[in-house]
Ligand binder design. Structure first.
Ligand SMILES: Nc1ncnc2c1ncn2[C@@H]1O[C@H](COP(=O)(O)OP(=O)(O)O)[C@@H](O)[C@H]1O
Ligand SMILES: [Mg+2]
Length: 428
């Protein structure tokens, strides 16, 4: 039915391996070391996610890789280079670093922020300008629209995209990210995660990302490291391995009761057959759109622009209130990418109070939609496979009946029924 192949497979690898040997950090005045005798090998071109409870040493470990924190002991290699003896300033110019709030210089334009390290490295102006344009496009920002803006005139999600562009500016083999998406709203977070997967497919760097969210770790990580206190590795493996075979009680407890549902984060939107959508163009005569919708036996359409990017998701009744299709842009459309997990899709549907999500490709063009009942069917199958005796059809059938039964007939996109998208918030 579905596959669990990781979407990060197959980039041209430009990243370098990272190796930690007996690395230790003892902060002054602390009784126990923050990180004790850590050995870790990270393969070139992989995304490795660090997770674990607060204070277990994730940030300390990350910062020892670029020597924002000096190790008390041990060696760290990037590729063949022992970086523990390199000049820390030069080292940091060759390692991208992204933190929670983007960490942009607030009084600098986006262009100036992205070009910061190339300028230090003495690149000429033309090369910096070209690189900046390319990178803004790569992270999904229009260089003409955003190049001259200040960070304060952008959403948190957009600032975070600039942060990623800046970190990639000097083409570093390694990108370190410390909870980069934890300060944005759930819909923006899903988009930023999908963007990162997409970017990684193109650039093939080695990425180490710290997160406190196990689902985020399983979505982004080719491999996941689960840490306990003192930077102790409890398990290091692929998300599928960890979910199928938690190494010990600590891991089982950390993954928690959501372990079965976490399987949902292994199933991607691209693994599910999507349904076709009837589309309409701005200014198109409404009669024509309504005829088309009737022929397709649907009560709603998606308004798209000339690049097939969705603008709004009106019902046929709404279309009928005007002679031509309105140019209205709905900023809260539930959008997911093929690399989004089913868990993301559910989150996005619920956050937007919609009975489905629109699926767009990497250029933002509409490729279909996924209805909530399809996701529920898959959850039901996975639950039955995972624990046939604990949760069966009966319980789900009951839950479904309470919800008004998403499987009965066609589901209006407003099917969850709070009157459509309404909440404001951070946009990516
Ligand atoms: N600059 C510092 N000085 C002293 N102790 C620190 C410092 N930074 C972190 N610690 C301590 O080191 C341990 C690990 O912290 P940290 O690496 O930030 O964990 P995590 O990122 O997993 O939450 C914690 O006990 C924390 O209090
Ligand atoms: Mg931390």
């Amino acid at each position: 039915m579905t596959t669990t192949e990781h979407p990060n497979a197959g980039p041209d690898i430009t990243g370098a391996s990272i190796r930690l040997e007996q690395v230790r950090k003892q902060y002054k005045g602390q009784g126990e070391p923050a990180v004790a005798d850590l050995d870790l090998d990270i393969a070139a071109g992989e995304i490795v996610a660090f997770v674990g409870p607060s204070g277990c040493g994730k940030t300390t470990t990350l910062k020892m890789i670029n020597r924002l924190v000096e190790p008390t002991n041990g060696r760290i290699y990037i590729g063949d280079r022992d970086v523990t003896h390199e000049n820390p300033d030069e080292l940091r110019q060759s390692i991208g670093y992204v933190i929670q709030s983007g960490g942009l210089f607030p009084h600098w334009t986006v262009e100036r922020n992205v070009g910061a390290i190339p300028r230090v490295l003495g690149w000429n102006k033309a090369k910096i300008a070209e690189r900046t344009t390319d990178l803004l496009r790569l992270v999904g920002l229009d260089p003409d629209e955003f190049g001259k803006r200040l960070p304060k005139d952008m959403s948190g999600g957009q600032q975070q995209r600039v942060g990623v562009a800046r970190a990639l500016a000097a083409d570093p083999p390694v990108l370190l990210m410390d909870e980069p998406f934890s300060a944005v709203d759930p819909i923006t977070r899903v988009r930023l995660q999908d963007s990162l997967i997409d970017i990684q497919k193109k650039v093939g760097k080695t990425i180490v990302i710290v997160t406190h969210d196990f689902e985020e770790a399983t979505k982004l990580g080719d491999r996941v490291v689960i840490f306990s206190r003192g930077g102790h590795i409890e398990q290091y493996g692929t998300p599928a391995e960890i979910l199928a075979n938690p190494a010990n009680d600590f891991v089982r407890e950390f993954i928690g009761s959501g372990a079965t549902l976490a399987q949902l984060s292994l199933t991607r939107v691209k693994d599910v057959e999507l349904e076709q959508v009837t589309t309409a163009l701005v200014d198109e005569p409404s009669d024509r759109v309504i005829d088309r919708a009737r022929a397709a036996k649907t009560s709603w359409v998606v308004v798209v622009d000339d690049k097939k990017q969705p603008r709004a998701w009106p019902s046929v009744d709404e279309i009928a209130t005007a002679p031509t299709v309105s140019s209205y842009i709905d900023a809260r459309l539930p959008l997911v990418a093929p690399s989004s997990t089913l868990q993301d899709a559910l989150d996005v549907m619920l956050a937007a109070s919609q009975g489905g999500a629109l699926v767009t490709d990497r250029t933002g063009g509409l490729i279909g939609w996924l209805r909530i009942s399809r996701v529920i069917d898959i959850i039901r199958t996975q639950l039955d496979e995972a624990q046939p005796d604990e949760v069966g059809y009966a319980e789900f059938a009951e839950a479904e009946a309470d919800n008004g039964g998403p499987n009965t007939g066609e589901l209006n996109p407003d099917g969850l029924g709070t009157g459509g998208p309404d909440t404001g918030g951070d946009r990516s």
